[in-house]
Design a binder for this molecule. Structure first.
Ligand code: GLN
Length: 542
């Protein structure tokens, strides 16, 4: 059985619990330990798949097809922990399970209550994370979403309180992440909100053993450390100051400098050798001092939530590491290309163009114009999911002369549905969990850019979409548009087109899957890496 670390957050939301959990996972792995990691989310949605990414940030898709919170992306980028269906539960999914059980009569006439039935189900899910022999771990990190003091997170906190007792005599380690704000008028960092947050936690019965204090650009002083330790009933060495780190991937290194891993392991009673952080250090060094720079235009809907495309942003950072190059990704609202602004004028300033994932018809015509520019002006182009579909529509219209070609997602009546639903998908009405989700095998065609990028015959990548390339148009596009189908998923009666590219073009690729979900800083995703390489080559005139 693993030792458990619970990570809660206080004072404000978005305090960085997810990154703290991921960083701790990385530090423990660097000491040779095996970690498991999961997130408990307090909202009622059964999963975040139906939530708007422009409000809540991206939906992260696991290998086994679960639509999960974006913090799982951090876990995957920082650690080797297996991220699966089991790694993210929500209040909705817990209640769903308990209510189904109640309907089946499994509670034998009992009144079904938050304590013990909901809390038991939460604890069962936590234990399930490492229940299978292959998932066993030395340390399980459990992040609780939300902020201490929220009504929603109470059942989770109560479950954790019980869990601390259930595993007795094994110790758990409760880590609380808070904000220590700097008040300009007083000219100092204030510890009171942290004291209040910890007192709310202790009222529930949870005593933190480590407090991570986010302090912005200011350093936590000895005075403040002493104060927090005394009022929160925690030893001084367990108060970890955390200033904002640049680059982002330096966060675990800073935590290590402040002794986070040491103090957690001391509490858990685990002894190890010091961590080997050399590869991570070297990667951070490369991000900090890149030799080159490229500018990439990301053409999409207007976005005002910076986490809406979190994994794509990060995959470009990783691709930059591989090419010793800073990637400046700039988001351009595709609707501007529908309102008179010329793609040729705007996009010529950039070294590459990307069209990312998306749903709904807004801004589609602008994206088609952007692709048209990238194709004819021979700018490196990378289409991700919707971006691949847009490229197919563009070529059907402008190379095959099918003026009204479209995806049936945007025009049900189109005479040329070059992107459409498969016949077996028609008639599905539920919105949650009904897409093609998770990893599928993809066979690569030798001699293509995709094959060069991956260096393998068969790969696996993750999907999240409903619509597919319509094979009836494949021959015409291959013959008249120079389209190359370089990746396919074999099905019993037909092939699903997974990757397309262009013959006479420096680098033009579209993937029906989401390559961003498998990229990590130490193992950049091959298509992102080669796209950035092509953009850099074009910039350097090679
Ligand atoms: N809307 C498209 C589909 O459902 C693309 C989805 C995506 O980009 N993830 O097929």
């Amino acid at each position: 059985m693993p030792k458990y670390v619970f990570i809660t957050g206080g004072v404000v939301s978005s305090v960085g619990k997810g990154v703290a959990a991921a960083s701790l996972g990385l530090l423990l792995e660097a000491r040779g330990l095996k970690v498991a990691i999961m997130k408990l989310d307090p909202y009622i949605n059964v999963d975040p798949g139906t939530m708007n990414p422009f409000e809540h940030g991206e939906v992260f898709v696991t290998h086994d097809g679960a639509e999960t919170d974006l913090d799982l992306g951090h876990y995957q980028r920082f650690t080797h922990a297996k991220i699966s269906q089991k790694s993210n539960i929500t209040t909705g999914s817990v209640y769903h399970a308990v209510i189904e059980k109640e309907r089946r009569g499994e509670y034998l006439g009992k009144t079904v209550q938050v304590i013990p039935h909901i809390t038991d189900e939460i604890k069962r899910r936590i234990r399930m994370l490492t229940a299978d022999a292959e998932d066993d771990a030395d340390v399980a990190l459990i992040e609780v979403g939300g902020t201490v003091g929220d009504i929603e997170s109470l059942p989770f906190l109560e479950a954790i309180r019980q869990f601390n007792l259930d595993v007795y005599p094994n110790p758990c380690c409760n880590v609380h992440v808070t904000l220590v704000p700097f008040i300009e008028a007083a000219g100092e960092l204030k510890t009171k909100p942290t004291q209040h947050s910890v007192s709310a936690l202790r009222e529930i019965g949870i005593q933190p053993h480590v407090i991570i204090c986010r302090t912005g650009t200011h350093q936590l002083g000895a005075d403040q450390r002493r104060k927090i330790a005394m009022f929160c009933n925690v030893t001084e060495d367990a108060i970890i100051g955390a200033t904002d780190a640049r680059p982002f991937y330096a966060i675990p290194l800073n935590f290590h400098k402040h002794g986070l891993d040491d103090i957690v392991l001391k509490r858990l009673g685990i002894e190890t050798t010091p961590p080997d952080l050399s590869a991570w250090n070297a990667m951070v060094e490369r991000i900090t001092h890149p030799k080159h720079e490229v500018r990439i235009a990301a053409v999409g809907k207007y976005i005002d939530h910076e986490d809406a495309y979190k994994s794509i942003n990060e995959a470009f950072v990783h691709a930059g590491v591989a090419n010793d190059c800073k990637v400046k990704l700039e988001w351009i609202d595709s609707e501007t290309f529908e309102n008179g602004s010329l793609p040729s004028k705007k996009l010529s300033e950039y070294d590459g163009v990307v069209v990312g994932p998306g749903f709904g018809s807004r801004g589609i015509e602008g994206k088609i114009r952007a692709v048209s520019y990238a194709r004819t002006a021979k700018k490196p182009y990378f289409g991700i999911c919707l971006g691949m579909q847009i490229a197919v529509i563009e070529m059907a219209r402008n190379c095959l002369g099918l003026q009204k070609a479209n995806s049936t997602e945007f025009d049900l009546e189109t005479p040329d549905p070059v992107i459409s639903l498969l016949s077996e998908q028609r008639g599905i009405r539920d919105m949650g969990g009904t897409m093609r989700l998770g990893a599928y095998k993809c066979e690569l065609k030798p001699g293509t850019r995709a094959f060069t990028a991956y260096g393998e015959d068969v790969i696996e990548e993750r999907h999240r979409h409903r619509y597919e390339f319509n094979n009836s148009y494949r021959e015409a596009l291959e013959e008249k548009a120079g389209l190359v189908v370089s990746g396919t998923h074999p099905k019993s009666d037909h092939e699903l087109v997974e990757i397309i590219e262009l013959k006479d073009h420096p680098w033009f690729c579209g993937a029906q899957f989401h390559p961003e979900f498998t990229s990590t800083p130490l193992k950049p995703q091959p298509l992102f890496r080669d796209f950035v390489k092509a953009a850099l080559a074009q910039k350097l005139g090679k």
